[in-house]
Design a binder for this molecule. Structure first.
Ligand SMILES: [Zn+2]
Length: 544
């Protein structure tokens, strides 16, 4: 889509009329400049010329060259790894479905029932090879959650060794939102399934899931590329090597559960209850699954720049600000448009992060701790660039004390509250409270727990390495709820997430300032960020 010129005029107008904010360190002039700069970054990064910045394409590389240039202009120290460049090469294995594959149910008498692609199921590509074939009995294991602190074991009484497990998407609704996201995460589920001896996972959509992400949308994108990062030996990093054999739709569930102890309708209804109490069972039929994939090795990169701290001691500690630069690239068209420009997701987050760096550069008082700006690749493919950095940091791993992630701020209304994912789990919480308080921004609980947001952006890869992290989304107050509903329903991961959205660059400036204030607190605090005693994620991932 073409960039609309009236947005430029709007930005100029906003820049002139942006009101002064109480008790903030920055002047209205600085805010106006930040708003204009955010517009400028986004207009370039989300332009049709960059064709959606997909990781592993030259389109992404052009965006990366822009960011490297910006980092140089900001005077950041290049920390890509070779001492000279901002670029940290990230070797990737890319894979996608070569065709719809086949899923066939077989009963004891040899009667076969093929499932219908696009209606009953969809597949995604597999990193395990060009053709993955599995034939094994099916076992339904509920959500596949094993959570001793809730007294829950969805595998209790089941023998899944050598079998294919059918797992409902998500996790019980009454779990705390970030812990629910952890249990709902496919990586957690894969580890548990593998640990129990299963040889494949077949996903099962829920009513809630398809309400948020309609099945036809997922089918439209089934041939999108996935990636895994490759290690020094060239091997793809796959923490739990168990293949996903496809996802069964709500419509297809009836076929899958025909003749089973419980009907699909009963299971799907139980999944919607607060405690999602569902007992697993053996399904009467065997699944023959074939997943055909196209694989290729590609190269991408993270951009890494450092702003050195001013305190002789504390500067050895590093606060990371992360934002993903990649988006989805080209997909089958929607309303004649096939370019997924990713204006809010995540040109907005990159623009904001660059402006946070600029604010620190222009303030006379340098931060005490060092700030590392990580503009990363392949987030849309599973937080892959951030994971590559978290496993291969260009500063000593132990020096990384916190991560602040910026991803997809909804800049179409003036937020007056934010949700700070992860904040209450560590000493980052009080810092966020102070910073938000300075700006008269309220902190709100997660209004969208079904989304499982906590494990869906780059900060989570730092959490998995034991680093406390925070990820802000703008809140539901002051028109936020309607703005989110509209964006998620009509623009999220669609070509219309572009510069034709009614973007508020003044709000972008406000979001930049809030993240600046939070980062300032974390960088200057006399004590380094740490997990709260007994925290769920600290307990799982913190390193001694
Ligand atoms: Zn996204």
């Amino acid at each position: 889509m073409r960039f609309k010129l009236q947005n430029l005029a709007l930005a100029a107008l906003l820049a002139m009329t942006f009101p002064a904010q109480a008790a903030a360190e920055l002047t209205p002039q600085e805010d106006a400049q930040t708003a204009a700069d955010i517009h400028a970054h986004m207009a370039f990064l989300a332009s049709d010329l960059l064709r959606g910045r997909e990781a592993g394409t030259v389109d992404f590389d052009i965006a990366a060259a822009y960011v490297a240039s910006q980092m140089e202009q900001l005077g950041l120290k290049p920390l890509g790894g070779d001492g000279k460049s901002y670029r940290q090469p990230v070797p990737l294995l890319a894979y996608r479905a070569a065709d719809p594959g086949t899923l066939v149910l077989k009963d004891a008498q040899g009667k076969v029932e093929p499932l219908k692609f696009g209606e009953d199921y969809l597949v995604r590509g597999s990193p395990f090879g060009a053709a993955v074939k599995k034939s094994a009995p099916l076992v339904f294991a509920g959500f596949g959650v094993v959570a001793p602190e809730h007294g829950r074991d969805d595998y209790a009484g089941l023998d899944v060794r050598g079998k294919i497990v059918v797992l409902l998407a998500g996790a019980p609704k009454n779990y705390q939102t970030e812990e629910r996201a952890y249990y709902a995460n496919s990586r957690t589920k894969a580890a548990v399934a593998l640990g129990h001896g299963a040889i494949g996972v077949l996903g099962l959509d829920t009513l809630t899931g398809e309400k948020l992400y309609p099945f036809p949308n997922s089918v439209r994108q089934y041939q999108s590329w996935g990636v895994a990062w490759r290690d020094a030996q060239g091997r793809p990093f796959i923490p739990s090597p168990i293949p996903s054999l496809g996802v069964i739709s709500v419509a297809g569930a009836a076929k899958l559960f025909a003749g089973a102890p419980q009907s699909a309708a009963q299971i799907l209804a139980a999944a919607e209850t607060p405690d999602g109490a569902i007992k697993g069972f053996d399904l009467p039929r065997v699944l023959d699954a074939t997943v055909n994939s196209e694989l290729k090795e590609v190269q991408s990169e993270n951009l890494v720049g450092l702003l050195e701290g001013s305190d002789p001691k504390l500067k050895a500690e590093v606060v990371v600000l992360s934002a993903h630069l990649d988006h989805l690239g080209l997909t089958p068209p929607v309303d004649g448009d096939s370019i997924n420009n990713g204006a809010l997701d995540n040109a907005a987050g990159v623009a904001t992060t660059l402006e946070v760096a600029k604010l620190f550069r222009t303030k006379p008082k340098a931060p005490k701790r060092s700030l590392l700006f990580l503009i990363d690749t392949a987030e849309e493919k599973g937080l892959v660039g951030a994971e590559y950095f978290a496993h291969n940091p260009t500063v000593p791993a132990k020096s990384i004390v916190a991560d602040v992630d910026l991803d997809m701020p909804i800049l179409t209304y003036e937020f007056t509250d934010v949700v700070a994912f992860g904040a209450d789990r560590s000493s980052i919480g009080p810092s966020v409270k102070k910073a938000a308080g300075r700006m008269n921004v309220q902190l709100s609980p997660d209004p969208m727990p079904d989304e499982g947001i906590f494990t869906r952006s780059d900060h989570y890869r730092f959490v998995e390495q034991g680093v406390p992290a925070v990820f802000l989304i703008t809140g539901f107050a002051n028109g936020g709820q309607a703005a989110f509903a509209d964006f998620m329903a009509h623009h999220y991961h669609k070509p219309s997430d572009d510069m034709n959205l009614p973007l508020r660059f003044d709000v972008g400036a406000k979001f930049a300032r809030l993240n600046y204030e939070i980062t300032r607190e974390l960088a200057d605090s006399p004590v380094k960020p740490s997990w709260n005693q007994g925290d769920f994620f600290g307990g799982k991932f913190a390193k001694p």
